[in-house]
Design a protein around this ligand. Sequence first.
Ligand code: A3P
Ligand code: MG
Length: 375
Amino acid sequence: MDACLPVIASKYGGNFPYFRQPVKVGEFSLDDTRQFHHDSSRQKYMSWPSNKSLDSGESTGVYFDLNLLIDKAVKKDDSQLDERLDNLLKWIVRNQSKFQVKGYKGELNSLSTNFVCYRGLMTKLMVTPYENREPWIICASKWRDTIYLCAFDTEEKQAERQRETDRQRTMTSWGYKFEQFMMADAADSEANPHVPVLEGEEFCCVLRSRLGSHSLVYGAEVDGLDPHHTGDPSTMARFVELKTSREVDNQRQRNTLRRFKMLKWWAQSFLVGIERVVVGFRDDDGVVHRLHAYSTRQLPKDQDFWSPAVCMNFADALLSFVARHVTGDDPRAVWRLDFRPAERRVTCTPLGRSQRFRLLPDWYTEQMFPRELVT
Ligand code: A3P
Ligand code: MG
């Protein structure tokens, strides 16, 4: 019998758990061919004019045609990509000194962190209590006291990718095009939407935080920063999350927005300490006419469909569940966690040494902690 954790929102109410303000410890970039660069070359800067400040919330009379040069966009081919944790692991290999505990002079033999993963995985955990449709698969391996977590496509997701329509592909490209309308390549330049979008480019920050008793290191793709923001550079307050969404015409659409989209926007941004989510509201033809800046702090207060405390308490409980079941010190041993919405539970199954779901490649374990652990 597999171990299991119930997923019932009402079980995870109560106070908001301890969550430490995330601190940025590093960054990396991926170019349009998904090559790793240990730099901030793909960082973007919000170029929305300051005299049209979005701090007050709203900007109307915008006209961003997201179809501009859409046929020239350089796509990211998800079906060919199997990156797992590789880019984050490359960053860790190059930044081992950042994991040295202050005052300890000996050789590094652990990252001194309980979990390593991507932010997207943490978002997935946070919204699980309210997820009625999409199952997920997460795999875990434990090595040198750190558990590594990575999401894998479910069969349903693979089938969905196969069935993807031209319309869906276009809508994905609209999301990237909106980023290009809002962001420039340098703090003192302007956005240029008159060139094709390189959809595979990415800028990632690496963050350290703690949820309850679990210390975390996670990578997060971020859209860009506001060069006029005077926030502390060690936090993520200067960064802005960009989203597109269909303009809302009626109460039903407004409720859908609050119930599902705002939950995801909040979870994703809260986790990295981003304070503003700028949404481009578009029509059915892909033209944005209105921008709205939401305060991350305010998003949960504008609705009563979901509770931030439930999200975080569930994520905390899930990490504790993983920590109880994923044990040992074998970088090839994998555990598989499955969430199936109809069953309202997460199961944990040991897979042994699985090649299919392997997370920690030899190049990683060979370059980390070079000395054998003396026990
Ligand atoms: P929207 O954000 O406007 O939906 P992110 O918001 O996470 O920075 O992602 C930017 C854009 O990438 C999205 O725009 C969307 O177009 C595309 N995208 C990201 N993840 C996706 C996914 N899982 N499926 C489809 N499109 C995705
Ligand atoms: Mg975005």
